[in-house]
Design a protein around this ligand. Structure first.
Ligand code: SF4
Length: 420
């Protein structure tokens, strides 16, 4: 196989993989100075996080973009007239090792279109990981996609070689899935997820007794939902995400704004903007649910099923619940401090440890890193100065937006027009 053909395949299959955000992705600008194999610029290098939170760069590719399915939202669907390619197992192994030796990557993110059958595809993904681990002695990070509908035996084997497994549910609701991906069944996603969850628990238990028990998918499993392809509300999406976190021990749920790739009456038209701001608000909500003690129903309700695009969800909650404020920074419990807009968890911990030694005033809070431009409307501290007690929610929101709009407008001006 010629170098040019490998390069061509790499271009096609790295480009096709870019729609998958279930490993956090960003492009690499590392240049190839000696014209050797592995020019990583624009060729599918992304970043992800390992079991211990380390950021690693990954070669992110599909094994093939041939697919027997026809999911409307996917560029790889069988009815799409695109250039197709497929790597051989050994080619992916060689590419990974070559990129690794050149220090371009620390691991591999490998997904695939479904060719022949889910099991046939999954077997080949596993074969790549197995070769890397057992023949090349590769100890870098490996993230494998779990193919919907793959058998339990294959899912068990996959976790023995991969650090992370992920199966993308893509459409947040069953009705949306039926509409856009009629070849797929909901249970085709659920079964591999459940298998991975149970295997992780079982291997961890066994390891407590038998120290030599191998690790199984030590970085856990993740999934991805496409946002804005169908009519789900933010409430639907966040309830769905919570379900996957709770019932399948997801490490992460990723939200990927739909990129229009096809003219299809079921989907937003080509040229519709990717909902980046909405995606960002969903990530903020996800964070509040996982680390700040919020419940979905506090942020999204039947009366308010979508997030406010103007302000972040924590500020939105505080403005709807002004009866809880102001809180005294020097006395409030951690759960309440975490709910103050402008206070991240780092600041919360610093406040709790600092206030043991002194009463905190505005200056102390500023030094701790509190975003006072937002927090000052919701707190009191060791100072008689608190001038905002007579403001209602609209006034506070107006003031905060006034102070932050310059930056906000610049980043999102085109998108804001969609929501005005
Ligand atoms: S099965 Fe996967 S690769 Fe194939 S069309 Fe559906 S989403 Fe795309």
């Amino acid at each position: 196989m010629s170098f040019e053909r490998i390069k061509e395949k790499l271009n096609i299959l790295a480009d096709a993989a870019k729609y998958d955000v279930s490993c956090s992705s960003s492009g690499s600008k590392r240049a190839n100075l000696n014209k050797g194999l592995g020019d990583s610029s624009g060729m599918g290098i992304c970043h992800s996080y390992t079991e211990d939170g380390r950021c690693v760069s990954l070669l992110k590719i599909l094994l093939t973009n041939y697919c027997i399915f026809d999911c409307a939202y996917c560029v790889t669907r069988k009815s799409n007239d695109i250039q197709r390619a497929a790597f051989k197992i050994q080619e992916v192994v060689d590419l990974t090792i070559n990129f690794y030796r050149r220090n371009y990557i620390e691991g591999l993110f490998l997904s695939s279109g479904i060719f022949k059958s889910p099991d046939y595809t999954m077997e080949r993904l596993i074969a790549v990981a197995k070769k890397l681990r057992t023949e090349e002695n590769f100890n870098g990070y490996i993230h494998l996609k779990s193919i919907p509908g793959a058998s339990d035996e294959l899912m068990r084997e996959a976790g023995l070689y991969a650090d992370r497994l992920s199966v993308n549910i893509e459409v947040p609701t069953i009705s949306g899935l039926k509409l856009l991906a009629p070849d797929k069944k909901h249970e085709d996603f659920i079964r591999p997820m459940l298998k991975v969850k149970n295997e992780i628990i079982q291997y961890k238990e066994e390891k407590k007794i038998i120290k030599s028990t191998p690790k199984y998918a030590p970085a856990g499993q993740s999934t991805q939902m496409i946002i804005g392809a169908t009519g789900e509300s933010d409430k639907d999406i966040m309830y769905s995400a919570t379900h996957y976190y709770k019932n399948y021990n997801m490490k992460r749920v990723y939200y990927s704004g739909y990129v229009p790739v096809a003219e299809d009456s079921r989907l937003p038209a080509i040229g519709t903007q990717v909902p980046m701001l909405r995606e960002n608000r969903l990530y903020q909500t996800d964070w509040l649910l996982r680390f700040y003690g919020f419940e979905v129903q506090e942020i999204l309700t039947n009366d308010q099923p979508n997030l406010d695009m103007d302000i972040d969800p924590k500020l939105g909650w505080a403005l709807r619940n002004l009866q809880h404020f102001p809180i005294d920074i020097n006395r409030a419990e951690m759960q309440m401090l975490a709910r103050v807009p402008g206070l991240g968890m780092k600041s919360v911990h610093k406040i709790i440890s600092s206030r043991r030694f002194r009463k905190l005033n505005w200056e102390h809070l500023k030094n701790i890193g509190v975003a006072l431009n937002r927090a000052k409307y919701f707190i009191v501290c060791d100072s008689s100065h608190w001038e905002h007690h007579d403001m209602d929610a609209d006034k506070i929101k107006g003031r905060i937006l006034q102070n932050s709009y310059g930056k906000f407008r610049k980043e999102y001006s085109s998108e804001l027009s969609l929501f005005n």
